[in-house]
Design a binder for this molecule. Structure first.
Ligand code: GDP
Ligand code: IMO
Ligand code: MG
Length: 428
């Protein structure tokens, strides 16, 4: 396996958590390299369901789980997540490692995120409200606090006093509805308590990851969000505030691109999106409702219903290119079980009538041009053998591979670990 990057190819929630958990069986470490607790990665095995927000999904198999430099961490939420996992019997302390360079999501980041969204009214982005955007803004603006800064208490206190003073003025000037004042002392004492519990996990993670690479170990890089939420390549401004593409696995973890062996793209057999922004194949009719209810399409982080639509081959083809994807894992095919006909977008019609089979700069106001395929109308949920799959499903899979330009290496037929068909393990 070597170093394998796992990325979402659509707008997130493609089933990355499930696939990471599956492949962790052969991994020595799993790394989160971008994003924060805006992510919600669901893993199901036995009779249990786990939702990971911040901690790599590999923790469930008690594998070294690394939060690398590129992530942003909400300390209070991280401590909650660790405690919840411990209650479920997982020895988190033994396996979690946190970069001393990872930035913190501070209480003001969450407030700014939520107040800004309120101010935007109808044009809101529909963020998760977890403070991700403002935290990355402060990081880029060189105003952030890093995990390692928590270790020097006196410096931390001084920095908090300076920052809180600035932030309180910022809130007073920008959000007249915000009455609360932040207290540097309260935050300081709260964080010192958290850090006492985490101190031994804070390390120089690039050194650890590179050492594992030198030893020839297998490492999974667990992407969060999806290709079209990338801030440079997604449907801006309806994106998240990090680079979600595979290239950022190198930057966010501190390794060179030559260390990467392959990139696995996670592809949902239809399309979903949470939050606002253009979505050409969105279905507002009964078919959309069926996808939502059969696919249980409700956000793992915010519980919001996910918008649903047909498979969009233009998006995924672009994702294959942008991420250098070697093969795809196709998930949630079972959700399509009852449909008479399935549609795949193969081009967009622009408002001037022109047809376009590449991604235009804006996806607003484009109409999808569909290819129709027969559905299979028989149950496939939980299938574990390729030859159990109906011919119509195999034709649908082949068509997707042809259109997006990648081979399929994993077929997922249900949310549970074992509801999976691994076809070409040599691809990753
Ligand atoms: P992630 O953010 O990419 O990890 O995806 P989420 O966990 O947010 O959302 C994917 C949802 O689909 C979760 O509820 C999974 O349990 C579920 N899931 C994953 N693969 C399959 C599948 O093949 N079939 C079905 N029915 N559900 C799946
Ligand atoms: P996983 O890793 C789906 C979306 C939000 C919003 C936009 C910006 O589970 O696939 P943010 O809070 O990041 O500033 O919100 O990005 N979003 C996701 N949508 N899955 C995710 O993560 C997401 N993380 C952020 O809904 O539209
Ligand atoms: Mg998710």
């Amino acid at each position: 396996m070597g170093c394998l990057i796992i990325v979402g190819t659509q707008w997130g929630d493609e089933g990355k958590g499930k696939v990471v958990d599956l492949l962790t069986e052969s991994a020595d470490a799993v790394v989160r390299y971008q994003g924060g607790n805006n992510a919600g990665h669901t893993v199901m095995f036995g009779n249990k369901t786990y939702i990971l927000h911040m901690i790599p999904s590999g923790i469930l198999r008690e594998t070294t789980s690394i939060l690398a430099n590129g992530v942003v961490i909400d300390l209070s939420e991280l401590v909650k997540e660790i405690n919840d996992l411990k209650k479920m019997g997982i020895d988190v302390d033994k396996y979690i490692r946190i970069s001393d360079r990872a930035h913190l999501v501070m209480p003001w980041h969450k407030e700014i995120d939520q107040l800004r969204e309120k101010k935007r009214g109808k044009s809101k982005i529909g963020t998760t409200g977890r403070g991700i955007g403002p935290a990355y803004e402060d990081k880029a603006g060189r105003e952030g606090i890093r995990f390692g800064d928590l270790l020097d208490h006196e410096k931390l206190r001084t920095r908090l006093i300076e920052l809180v003073k600035e932030k309180n003025i910022f809130f007073k000037n920008n959000f007249d509805t915000f009455q609360k004042l932040f207290s540097a002392e309260d935050i300081f004492y709260e964080y010192v308590e958290y850090i006492k519990k985490l101190e031994s996990c804070i390390i120089d993670t690039p050194s650890l990851i590179n050492k594992l690479i030198e030893e020839g170990k297998n490492i999974l890089f667990e992407g969060a969000q999806g290709t079209f939420l990338d801030m440079d390549h997604g449907t801006y401004p309806f994106v998240t505030s990090s680079n979600t593409l595979s290239g950022n696995a190198c930057i966010g973890s501190g390794i060179g691109p030559t260390s990467i062996k392959s990139v696995l793209g996670i592809v949902k057999a239809y399309t979903t999106r949470v939050g606002n922004g253009p979505f050409p194949t969105e279905l507002l009719d009964n078919d959309g409702k069926i996808l939502q209810s059969e696919g249980n399409e409700y956000g793992a982080t915010t519980g919001r219903p996910r918008r649903c639509g047909w498979f969009d081959a233009l998006l995924v083809r672009q994702a294959v290119r942008l991420n250098g994807i070697n093969s795809i894992a196709l998930t949630k095919l079972d959700v399509l079980d009852g449909f008479e006909t399935l549609k795949i977008a193969i081009a967009y019609r622009l408002p001037n009538g022109e047809e376009y089979d590449n991604l235009p700069r804006s996806l607003e106001n484009v109409k999808p041009v569909y290819l129709e395929m027969p559905g299979w109308k028989c149950p496939t949920a939980g299938a574990v053998k390729y030859d159990q799959l109906p011919d119509e499903m195999l034709a649908y899979i082949d068509k997707i591979c042809e259109l997006v330009g990648a081979k399929v290496s994993i077929i997922s037929t249900g949310p549970k670990r074992e509801e999976t068909i691994v076809l070409n393990p040599d691809q990753f």
